[in-house]
Design a protein around this ligand. Structure first.
Ligand code: AMP
Length: 199
């Protein structure tokens, strides 16, 4: 099974991808995580400003990665443009679109903290860690992503609406779009997804 997660930054893609990967036992491929691990200062600069890495680079990276997957995948953060979507047309996929208001996104992102080590995601109000700044799961250090600062959040949302939101109509037309309201808790959202899979 191939699953593509579509939605604004902070709509829950990463959190739901982790749950889905466990449930279906297929790999979670996060282009954001791959890029954050890059040591190229040019890439880090693009990320810290909330801009997009070029389509050519992203398409090459993802195509190489998908060629290794024979039993399906969960794509989180790709495609983000029509050109990227066109590039993976040969992989029939279900597209889960996480619908959420910008205001909620801003709240979620500014209070989001991520484990440096295992990448677990926390929210200071809704899902606080047991010990401040420490991951419940692995004891790693929790930090705020560079691009979860307020100015960068605004830029990421602007680019999302300009370049990524058109993919909603693109996949709806193709008949592969499944809309999931994503304003509840992670557990509520996960239940809605399973229900849409008939599970
Ligand atoms: P994410 O973790 O998915 O929010 O991605 C973090 C950042 O990585 C984005 O704000 C972009 O700068 C970059 N990025 C991730 N995926 C893509 C993509 N498919 N196309 C272009 N840039 C991307």
């Amino acid at each position: 099974m191939n699953i593509i997660l579509l939605g604004a930054p902070g709509s829950g893609k990463g959190t739901q991808a982790e749950k889905l990967a466990k449930y279906f036992d297929i790999p979670h491929i996060s282009t954001g995580d791959i890029l954050r691990n890059s040591t190229d200062p040019r890439i880090q600069n693009i990320l810290s400003e909330g801009k997009f890495v070029s389509d050519d680079e992203m398409i090459e990276l993802v195509k190489k990665r998908l060629a290794k997957e024979k039993n399906g995948f969960i794509l989180d953060g790709f495609p983000r443009t029509i050109a990227q979507a066109d590039a993976i047309k040969s992989y029939p996929s279900k597209v889960l679109y996480f619908k959420i208001d910008d205001e909620l996104v801003k709240n979620r992102l500014s209070l989001r903290r991520t484990c440096n080590s295992c990448k677990a995601i926390y929210h200071l109000e809704n899902k606080p860690p047991l010990h401040e700044s420490k991951c419940d799961l692995c004891g790693g250090i929790l930090t705020q992503r560079q691009d979860d600062k307020d100015v960068v959040i605004a830029e990421r949302l602007r680019i999302y609406h300009e370049k990524t939101a058109p993919l909603i109509a693109y996949y709806a037309k193709e008949g592969s779009l499944v809309e999931i309201p994503s304003d509840g808790t992670p557990e509520e959202t996960f239940k809605k997804i399973l229900a849409r899979f008939g599970l």
